[in-house]
Write a protein of this length. Structure first.
Lengths: 176, 353
């Protein structure tokens, strides 16, 4: 079915076009002026200005390993995070504490702990699944590197990012 | 043909080319910054202070890119087209007086008596670059761009040519230095009544001059393929128009050729209608080289102001539909320019000074 769209009847002033063009140019000039004198709010200039101080508490940045008060790596190499990780970014090689060690009761520690940050999707499942509260998603978001190898965070790097986490197991308290 | 003439000419050519190419690069920068400001953005502001080195970075990028020639193109014309796009735009500047005198040397490269005819003759060659690019690329987008540009440029050249006739009816000469001299003595073409407010003759002259100015400026927009007349390179319809198949510095030549054409067009508008290098109260170069330099500066300032208008219009108006474009060219501007010539002739014949 053909639909006839009726064209609006233009008066002389509209048919002349020039007034419309001039008013359009006035609008763009207003924008230009406001920008030029800094009266328009523009986007944040990223590398100079950052939103870091406004990041929410629940922000999910890069995952990192933490130490407890005694300086022990909290991770016990249970490999639950490795198992749950959807993109399989985590690789753990467990080691065992020798008998007689101060922490022998813990039994295991991660010999190697690699997170491939190219694969990581920042889902936070590793943090959620961890029974020991050893892995946390921190607020680092600008993870860059020149090679693929640079993008793999090893245990030292993860511990350096994580720092020390004080206190007892409070994992779900804040979410209750 | 003495040594003095050749030497000064060479110096003038080199200096003018350097200045124009510099302005061209910074017009691209200005276009990007001004468009950004109009659209509430910031634009390129990273390379150097306020992004001022951006053109240098762009040029380096263009030069370092691989100069790729597609297999399916007509090699000879494919290579010829970018040159033909750039050369006429620059050549036209030869006859434009860009200053009064400097150390007694007139600041115009070739003061020839066919002045504006030379401008039109050379500027029309610019269409060949685009047509050849569109045709030799052997691609339908390029071809459509080339075809569009042919009809558009030829249509608007008519009103371009007719619009300047009133100026020459008044001046009686085609020589552009004479046009500038006339404007210095009798007031700028666009507003001859300034400083001579009681003169009815000059008020009458301003009417056809204003019409001429508007028609000529719009025709220059169309000639330089600027929005709202950018159908030959309509990105949304034709990918890139006639330069779809071009890359690297060959694309750069098209891109920069458009800006040089803008500068040339502005220079001609300034010379014909806006008093050339003249500004009320500023003496010419015979009073000292400082004044001569100031005259050149005034000329380029006027060009810069016009370039701003070019950019401003581009980021305000949407593109015409093709039938609207043709109707505008043939039904409105052609007729207006034609009637305008009669109007001017009647004023000159029946309302003498």
């Amino acid at each position: 079915m053909a639909i006839t769209v009726s064209r609006p009847k233009l008066n002389f002033r509209e048919r002349l076009y020039l007034p419309a063009i001039l008013s359009g140019m006035a609008i763009t000039m207003r924008h230009f002026k406001n920008m030029l004198f800094g009266r328009t709010k523009v986007t944040m200039q990223y590398p100079e200005e950052k939103w870091d101080s406004h990041l929410p508490e629940h922000y999910r940045g890069a995952p990192a390993l933490v130490r407890d008060d005694t300086g022990r790596v909290r991770c016990v190499a249970c490999q639950l995070c490795e198992f749950i990780c959807p993109p399989r970014a985590i690789k753990i090689i467990p080691g065992e504490f020798p008998a007689g060690d101060k922490f022998a009761k813990v039994e295991k520690f991660p010999h190697e702990f690699d997170i491939d940050m190219i694969r990581c999707i920042y889902c936070g499942l590793c943090e959620e699944v961890c029974p020991e509260q050893a892995i946390y998603l921190r607020k680092d978001y600008a993870i860059t590197g020149f090679t693929r190898a640079d993008m793999v965070h090893n245990k030292e790097k993860l511990l350096e990012m994580g720092g020390v986490m004080h206190g007892v197991v409070l994992k779900w308290n804040e979410k209750k | 043909m003495d040594f003095y003439f050749i030497a000064t000419s060479l110096i003038k050519i080199t200096a003018l080319l350097a200045v124009v190419l510099g302005i061209m690069n910074y017009t691209v920068y200005a276009e990007r910054r001004i468009s950004a400001l109009i659209q509430d953005r910031l634009g390129p502001n990273r390379v150097g202070p306020a992004g001022l080195f951006q053109p240098i970075a762009d040029a380096a990028k263009f030069l370092l890119k691989e100069d790729f020639t597609p297999a399916h193109v007509n090699k000879f014309y494919y290579w010829l087209a970018p040159c033909l796009a750039m050369i006429p735009a620059i050549t036209t500047l030869a006859v434009v007086p860009f200053g009064s005198t400097l150390f007694g040397v007139p600041m115009v490269i070739a003061d020839i008596n066919v002045g504006v005819l030379f401008v039109f003759a050379i500027a029309s060659l610019g269409v060949y670059g685009i047509v050849l690019a569109g045709w030799s690329s052997n691609s339908k987008y390029s071809f459509l761009g080339g075809v569009r540009s042919t009809s558009q440029m030829i249509s608007y050249e008519l009103s371009l040519g007719l619009a300047v006739i009133p100026v020459f009816l008044l001046v009686g000469q085609l020589r552009l230095t004479e046009v500038v001299r006339y404007q210095i003595e009798n007031g700028w073409m666009i507003a001859p009544f300034i400083g001579d407010w009681g003169n009815l003759h000059k008020w009458l002259l301003a009417i056809p001059m204003m019409i001429s100015f508007v028609v000529f400026t719009i025709a220059i927009f169309a000639e330089t393929n600027r929005l709202p007349f950018d159908l030959p390179e309509a990105e949304t319809e034709l990918v890139g128009g006639y330069h779809t198949e071009y890359g690297s510095m060959k694309f750069g030549l098209f891109f920069l050729g458009e800006y040089v054409a803008m500068i040339t067009g502005s220079a001609i508008i300034v010379t014909l209608f806006l008093g050339g290098w003249h500004f009320p109260g500023v003496p010419d170069g015979s009073h000292g080289w400082g004044w001569g330099l100031l005259n050149i500066f005034i000329f380029f300032s006027k060009i810069a102001a016009l370039l701003f208008v070019f950019i401003w219009v581009r980021w305000t108006l949407p593109r015409f539909r093709y039938d609207q474009l043709m109707r505008l060219g043939w039904v409105f501007f052609f007729e207006i320019a034609l009637v305008n010539i009669f109007l001017m002739a009647i004023i000159l014949a029946y309302f003498p000074q």
